[in-house]
Ligand binder design. Sequence first.
Ligand SMILES: [Zn+2]
Length: 275
Amino acid sequence: MTTTLLRRSFFRRAAKAVAHAGDQVRPPKRGLVILAYHRVGGRTPVEVDLPTGLFEEQMAALARTKSVLRLDDAVARLARGEDLTGRVVVTFDDGTADFESDALPVLECYHLPATLYVATDFVDQNRPFPDDGKPLSWAALADCVATGLVDVGSHTHTHVLLDRVTTAEAIDELERSIDLINTNLQLDADHFAYPKAVAPSAPVEEVVRDRFVTAALAGTRPNPAGRTDLHRLSRSPVQVADGMRYFEQKVSGGMRLEDDLRRLLNRRRYAGLRR
Ligand SMILES: [Zn+2]
């Protein structure tokens, strides 16, 4: 591992321990938890590429508690002011091929629904994602949808960070992704997830509010009844280093401090980046 990777790995583990301790001092609030996954299969050293065994163990735990809701169902109930403490939504970002080959068989085995937010240019052009991410094809995505368990949302077209583009560029990014999902899967992309959970500029956020039923950021905290902005849904990203211990803590709505620390780090990491 390079020094940078080692430093990041140390920081991540320290942040998890601090966040876990923080939950003991200030217990997690009530509300719906939305988990954010990226990859399954453990093919790469990236922090969000979970070994299949760990992912399966996590899904088995969720299946035992019968806690998983479909995103559409969860947000409709949230909008009605229902307290969804103890309930969980499973989401995935990007649209890499391991979703079909590794994640979906596990979801099918436990009959768990999930929402996949797709950056459509990678799928449409068969363009690899960073870190050896092989993209899904439209045919594979259609197969995923045909299981009846998978909803497809937008994650922009080229995975652009929406705080650093013009409003016109943002509109183009969103409309292309909506159109491609509609043309290739005959689906409306009602849901959106901001790439790298970077909050947009105010005018771009207006565009997102106009085009989607929901939009998701990070936050690693539950979405409370009655006070949740459906266009700023909080998600809890799951990483390899969570194992089962911190995963269970995230499912309980905890680990908020990890997100606060991550945001501090990412402000430096993503400075100057566009995607
Ligand atoms: Zn992404």
